[in-house]
Design a protein around this ligand. Sequence first.
Ligand code: DGP
Ligand code: NA
Ligand code: NA
Length: 207
Amino acid sequence: MVRRGTFIVFEGCDRGGKTTQCKKLVEALNKKNIPAEYMNFPDRTTAVGKIINDYLKKNIELPDHAVHLLFSANRWELEPVIRKKLHSGVSLVVDRYSYSGVAFSAAKENMDLQWCWNQEEGLPAPDAVFILNLSESASLQRGGFGEERYELTDFQAKVRSNYKLLKDPKIWKDIDADRDVESVHNEILKLFEEVHSQAVSQPIKTL
Ligand code: DGP
Ligand code: NA
Ligand code: NA
């Protein structure tokens, strides 16, 4: 019998080094002959993802509820792929997921956190969420934000406080992202090994 893969999600505010750390983890696992793949949300390459990209680049405007449903649909359209890969024994290292989704969407006025979360219910649940915590001072040192929607200091502060509301202590691992890339990577690798040894013998849960 093939042992299922482990499902890891990386979360955190923008500029915390999520993408770098995801890619380094996948590389390190593949070197150890642990099959692992990188996935990224929003996946801007799908039909829904193209609309999301236009929205983030401010080419189009959309009502906030509709935007959340699009981001959520983007996760749902890849749900069968996530399940299939995990069942085939591939571990997934996923750059943002429902926690980002809800933290960002609910940071807007008139958007209810529970309503946002309801759209995510039933998606495969990760075995662990690695949250890269970047202090505000370290964040400022990492250079300016880009031009995309949401890349504003006040908005990111709201996102940060929303993450705290979504924290599930059983699977949530806080990681200090103020340190250098290699130190953060080494901690992540250790955490992965702990989670992986448990996860492979357990069924995939749902959100
Ligand atoms: P990235 O390509 O990782 O920089 O992500 C693009 C942006 O999309 C980032 O600012 C976070 C945001 N985002 C991710 N998921 C959702 C969601 O479900 N809803 C909203 N409103 N924003 C999201
Ligand atoms: Na991403
Ligand atoms: Na809100």
